[in-house]
Each structure stands twice: as C-alpha cells, then as structure tokens.
Design a protein around this ligand. Sequence first.
Ligand SMILES: [Zn+2]
Length: 269
Amino acid sequence: MNSESIFHGAMKPEEEHRRDICVVGRWIKEHGFAASTDGNISVRLGPNRILVTPTRMSKGMMAPDDLVVTDLTGRRLGGLRQASSELGMHLMIYRLRPEVNAVCHAHPPYATGFAVAGMALDKPLLCEMVMDLGCVPLAHYGTPGTSELAEAIEPLVPGHDAILMANHGVVTCGYDLLTAFQRMETTEHFAHVAFVSELLGRQNLLTAADLEKLEARRVRHVAREAAGTEHDSAHAEYPNDAAADRVTLTRRELESLIDEAIQKDRAHR
Ligand SMILES: [Zn+2]
C-alpha cells in the first residue's frame, strides 16, 4: 500500500485508523481545505470509543501518537494532547447516526464561500452530487468551541451527510473515513462548479425525471451504507473492543434495519 493511500472500511485495527487520520489530515492541508490548525477529523473505534485529532495542531503535521481517544461523553481515555475543541459536534453526530463511523470538518474555500453568502448547495446541477449527497443544506451560525456549534447543525444531521455551517465551513460524515473525506471533496467540487455556472450566468438544472432515477439509486446506496455491508464483511466486528460489545444480527434484523434506513431517508427528502 502506498504510504499516502487509505482503504475503505470501518473495521480496522486502531493503529490503522490512527495512520488513516494522519493521511486524511495531510490531504485536507494539500487540498487547501484548511489553514493553520483549522479542521478536525474523528473515527469511531467502538461503541463508546472515539479517536479524534488534537486541538491547536496542523492537520498536515500529525503523527499517530498525537491523536486522542475519548468516550461518547468527551471524557479522555487516551493520548497526551487535548481533543479538538469541536469534539462536541463529532460526538453529537455519532450519537444521532449509529451507522456513521467517521466525521470530517474543514473550511474548503468555495463551499465555505457559499456558507458565508448564506446559500445552501441545493440546486440539482450535477448527477454525482445528487446521487451521493442529495443536497447540502446550510445550518445557522454557532460560535466555534461552544455547544452552539453542535446545536446549530443538529436538526440537519439525521438527514444529511454533508452540511454547510454558516460563516464557518463544512462538516461531512460517512460509514468510513475515506467516504467522509470524499464527501468533503465532492461538496467542495460541487461548490466550485456552482460558482463557475453562476459566473457564466446560466444553469441548466436536472429534470424531475432525472432526479427520480438518481434518487432511487441514492436510497439503495444509503441502505447499504446503513447496514455497513458496503465496505466491511457482514461478520466484521470492532477489533478494538471487548467481545461483550459485539453485536450479531439475524438476516431478518438486518433487513429491518435496511427498511428503517430507507424510511428515514425518505422522511428527510
Ligand atoms: Zn472550523
């Protein structure tokens, strides 16, 4: 494996998650998605263990030992540094979205420009965007480092995998870290395309029939992701937790989870 590549999957040894977060931190810097020590990344290691980037450190300069382990209440369980000041936002997402195992927050300039302008990314301009993310809504402003930030985005979290944060940036989540990062890339790319089409003064939107077909594909994708069957084996377990934390689902339970995810997704359309 290339030292700068990571693979899909949430069921990995902790040391691999640590390495993956450092790689994604470098990508965030190289893509210009964050300046200085901005941005934060986390991964769910198990039912009550979160691995998160430290505060006041460039995301491009982190080593695996710089990362911090906390529980779902934010109590530090491991690491010498302080966890990100936006940890509360990450924990809220993990509590509301049991199928989510990774969260990325950054300030990519085009998407953040839309957030500063008070404009959601909600026009059906690109098929890939509709299929992967639906739309990217805009949450109202919340002061960074306070509970206001999590409260501002909370109502949008159950129905969206990427959210613009007014006068601030973007937060994305996914079944695994690579998915969460790629959603950050997709959001920024879409914002760039939307910006160029605004400059050109013309936007041909996808039709209702186009959207219906894309929506059907998106619902199937969401269901697979909710069941965790897309990237990891159905028998995979959190490798970092005790056997007592493992959950085994029958086929019927798995199917009902998929149905529930489809209903949830439709309810938020
Ligand atoms: Zn931020």
